[in-house]
Design a protein around this ligand. Structure first.
Ligand code: ADP
Length: 403
């Protein structure tokens, strides 16, 4: 075994590549950054080394190859290049693993072919993920590379939670089932919550509320996901920044037949013009809070719809799990909005769920409890770290393969 302990985590989107170099020996991050506006006339790379001295350069990046080569050059300038002996592996975030990939997977030619077959399930995300993988493999063909899937943690959902109640044959033919997303976050946060309670993950039942721009809830029993709110796509479930979450599926038919909207128009409406944005014109919870402070009724209604949906999922997952030890809030809204946390947990005292408003108001970047001493269920704020989870899973898999 060499002393290569660093993992480069790549998150390749359609027009951006986010990267973090993480050292698994001590959890430090020698470099993090992003390349933005790939394929546009003006692009930007931002590179932040651990010890300060952020470098930001504006120039065009015609494609993902150019973007990753720029990342590689920035890293090399600090002696952290893709050829450095400390680099153990590259870990790629991949959005959809379908039913084919239910665990982190070492990337091979055959694996990439199988991944390509899943593109219809995530046409907006998987192609960019695959491009990132191909370019990184071209740059370092000999280095182990691993794909970590957003869907994988949810693959343990029992069949009755994953199945939609539609004709089985149609569902199977078109791979229609609930997959769930944000899996690396739910996995990381549920484990970290158990640690915060000083207990083994296997003995703890947690409801995780990942509230970012996209938002999802999961029910995790003893470290294993048993239900989650997102489905075939990330549209189902909670109210999000710009996505509707749950709605009566007949609304789509109504919009098509009565409003004359096309499938693409309905897609845009539900994914990009709904949620908080659709309800009040803003999708940022900070702006909504500010407007509520001024007595803005539309912002208040958006907040109330958001919180009501959240509370319904908490109730559902209390029932699914039977016994709940902790409820964990994470991601942009979950980590920062004391108002959302307080409102979502209000009125649940008879279920053993009680927020301590003083603790809840304290800001911080480490995992912390915000429940009262008497609350039977612990309520926690646990900052998510999807990159660290991807790096950890990548490193463990590469080590297993090497031994
Ligand atoms: P993404 O899903 O894009 O990764 P994040 O987890 O970063 O999103 O969450 C982004 C959202 O977090 C913002 O749209 C905003 O609504 C919310 N947010 C960030 N900071 C705060 C804050 N201080 N108070 C309330 N909401 C916040």
């Amino acid at each position: 075994m060499t002393d290569a302990t660093r993992v480069l985590v790549l998150n390749s989107g359609s027009s951006s590549v986010k990267f973090q170099l993480i050292d698994m020996a001590d959890g430090s991050r020698p470099a993090v950054g992003i390349v933005e506006r790939i394929g546009e006339s003006t692009g930007r790379i931002e590179y932040r080394p651990q010890h300060g001295g952020t470098r930001s350069t504006e120039r065009p990046f015609p494609d993902h190859s150019a973007a990753l080569e720029a990342v590689s050059a920035e890293l090399a300038a600090d002696g952290l290049g893709l050829d450095s002996p400390e680099l153990a592996a590259i870990g790629h975030r991949v959005v959809h693993g379908g039913t084919t990939f239910t665990a982190p997977t070492v990337i091979t030619d055959k694996m990439v072919e199988e991944l390509r077959e899943l593109v219809p399930l995530a046409p907006l995300h998987n192609p960019a993920n695959i491009t990132g993988i191909e370019v990184a493999r071209r740059l370092r063909p000999d280095l182990p590379q691993v794909a970590v899937f957003d869907t994988a943690f949810h693959a343990t959902m029992p069949e009755y939670a994953a199945r939609y109640a539609i004709d089985r044959e149609t569902a199977d033919r078109f791979s229609v089932r609930r997959y769930g997303f944000h899996g690396t976050s739910h996995q990381y946060v549920s484990r970290r919550t158990a640690q915060l309670l000083g207990r083994a993950p296997e003995s703890v039942n947690v409801i995780v509320l990942h509230l970012g721009n996209g938002a999802s809830a999961s029910a995790v029993a003893g470290g294993v996901c048993v239900d989650t709110s997102m489905g075939l796509t990330p549209l189902e479930g909670l109210v999000m920044g710009t996505r509707s979450g749950d709605l009566d599926p007949a609304i789509l038919l109504h919009l098509h037949r009565v409003a004359g909207m096309s499938v693409d128009e309905i897609d845009v409406l539900l994914n990009r013009r709904s949620g908080l944005l659709g309800l009040c014109g803003d999708n940022d919870m900070r702006e909504i809070a500010r407007r509520m402070g001024e007595g803005d009724a539309a912002a208040q209604l958006a907040f109330d719809v958001y919180v009501h949906r959240l509370k319904k999922y908490v109730g559902a997952y209390l029932a699914v799990l039977g016994r709940v030890d902790a409820i964990a809030f994470t991601a942009g809204v979950g980590e920062n909005s004391a108002a959302v946390r307080e409102a979502a947990m209000s009125g649940l005292e008879n279920l053993g769920i009680e927020v301590d408003s003083v603790r809840n108001a304290v800001r911080g970047s480490s995992p912390r409890l915000i429940s009262t001493e008497d609350s039977r269920v612990a309520i926690a704020v646990v900052p998510t770290d999807e990159e660290l989870e991807i790096a950890g899973q990548t490193f463990n898999l590469v080590r297993q393969h090497a031994s």
